[in-house]
Write a protein that binds this ligand. Structure first.
Ligand SMILES: Cc1ncc(C[n+]2csc(CCOP(=O)(O)OP(=O)(O)O)c2C)c(N)n1
Length: 292
């Protein structure tokens, strides 16, 4: 069988990215494209399901199947795709507002089901596209035009939430640490089950607090923590909580993860998309006759 060479060029589209110069999302896009190339996955075997927001534009810049879904609905669409064709590499991608506000319930249920989906959240701790309101991950006290007295709420902690909800691969990256991010995304794609890669992706226009420098100063890199065990869920929970969620690296991975779609007996051994689903005419008549 001839070997296929996949290059970065294969994953580029002709569309010019309209993100603000310096936006962290450029780094996430580059890391995802690089991960797919390094794993030698061909573009026709990849589907990107993108949410609404600046981050959701990512699907337009990756030459693969792309569905730009309604706000907060990446998870159910990605799950449907995976169930219909489990040979596809399904990547869901969107912002912290998209995933952790309107999409929160889908996020939680996706994690407890454990389909083989990679979910990349571009976490800039603000609503970028709608010009800078607080998002679920904005810090308490964070001031915006619409919260001039500061955010009164506590932030959602995506990593602790994922650990508690039973996610089988939990990682956190930083868009300007490309080497680590590529590795985390590759691991997420290779993982058999639901993989969250929450990625700090600074918004240079509306978030003047959580800047590149702020993240560099506050993030603890697990690659530099010698005794960290990514297979201990409870210890991971404690470590992340102790560092206020500001940890990058592979936080947790369940070694014996069986994806949802492999447990569904009705799907048979071949992907649904490759099966002949037309019912046998005679059998159908017999079934219908029972209802006459
Ligand atoms: C049902 C619905 N509600 C609200 C909106 C308005 N809206 C568009 S993008 C967005 C938030 C985007 O924030 P985030 O997901 O953090 O992405 P970012 O733009 O920061 O990448 C909102 C509220 C919408 N498009 N649809």
């Amino acid at each position: 069988m001839a070997t296929v060479t996949v290059t970065l060029q294969d994953y580029k589209t002709s569309e010019k990215a309209w993100w603000c110069p310096g936006c962290g999302d450029f780094g996430v896009l580059a890391a995802l494209q690089k991960a797919l190339v390094e794993l030698e996955i061909e573009p026709h075997n990849v589907a990107v399901v993108a949410g609404i927001g600046c981050s959701g534009k990512i699907g337009n810049y990756i030459n693969a199947y792309n569905i730009h879904v309604t706000h907060g609905r990446t998870m159910p669409v990605a799950l449907g795709l995976k169930l219909a064709n489990r040979d596809l590499t399904v990547i869901a991608a969107g912002g912290d507002g998209d995933g952790y506000a309107i999409g929160m319930s889908h996020f939680l249920h996706a994690m407890r089901r454990n389909p083989d989906i990679t979910y990349i959240v571009m976490d800039n701790r603000i609503y970028g596209l709608t010009k800078g309101q607080t998002s679920p991950t904005s810090q308490t006290g964070f001031e915006t035009k619409s919260t001039p007295d500061g955010n009164l709420e506590r932030p959602v902690q995506p990593i602790q939430l994922a650990l508690a909800a039973g996610a089988t691969y939990v990682a956190q990256g930083f868009s300007s640490n490309q080497k680590q991010l590529v590795r985390l995304i590759k691991g997420a794609i290779q993982h058999k089950g639901f993989a969250l890669v929450n990625t700090f992706s600074p918004c240079v226009t509306f978030n003047k607090v959580n800047t590149y420098d702020w993240f560099k100063e506050h993030l603890v890199d697990l690659d530099e923590v010698p005794d960290y065990d990514p297979h201990d869920r409870v210890a991971a929970m404690r470590f992340v909580a102790e560092h206020d969620g500001l940890v990058t690296g592979l936080i947790y991975q369940e070694p014996e993860s069986i994806p949802f779609e492999e447990k569904l007996p009705g799907l048979g051994r071949r992907p649904l998309a490759a099966q002949d689903l037309r019912p046998d005419k005679e059998k159908l008549q017999q079934i219908l006759a029972q209802f006459r």
